[in-house]
Design a protein around this ligand. Sequence first.
Ligand code: ZN
Ligand code: FE
Length: 255
Amino acid sequence: MPLEIRQFPCLSDNYGFLIRDRETGAVATVDTPDAAAINAALDEAGWRLTHILNTHHHFDHAGGNLALKAQWNCEIIGPKAEAARIPGIDRPVGDGDIVMLGTSKAAVYDTPGHTAGHIVYHFASDAAAFVGDTIFAMGCGRLFEGTPAEMWASLRKVAGLPPETRLYCAHEYTKANAAFALTVDPHNDELKARAAEVDRLRAAGTPTVPTVLSLELQTNPFLRAEDEGLQAALGMIGADPVEVFAETRRRKDSF
Ligand code: ZN
Ligand code: FE
């Protein structure tokens, strides 16, 4: 495990992530939801910030870029397709690019849907993916700038990572996502068990992030558009998965 990962809550329901390459001491923040909270976490760890890895342009993901760059002179890496909207960006990246944090290597994937240029960083050596607002525990990001077909393709890309991959999602939305998931996938026993477990964890104030891809494949309705049980519950047996996904997303938007 070449990476050390520190996670902390910030803003109303975001998570901040600091990652450190053990070999070189290079440190990145994944997104910049709150510069003060990120500095406090750096302070506590005794780490110096060298990189910012942005997933997309939303303010709760890139809003702290300029303050942190002014303070640390760190390199800002972010999505090529929305480079004009990433404050202070030094290096735009997209599908197929590799980002090095010291000796640790991340593969970049384009995952449009939530925003037009959203990207995900996958550190295969650590079985860790920083997925921003593309996928949440039992949920997915709202389609602000993309079509259902784009988002479905993006989710399939994430779903194709090794099943043991830990997914570091940017928000703690899990409890509400579980409540919705049960309405579209009511006979899924893994989902029922997980929803009960999430209630226990949240009652104790325990984070439910990161999640694990294998668990999402079993319980996340936005990855399960091809599942017959879910299709049956929606009255869409045999329908195109993009349509099933789109209907699931529509229902969640008004849940
Ligand atoms: Zn967002
Ligand atoms: Fe967000």
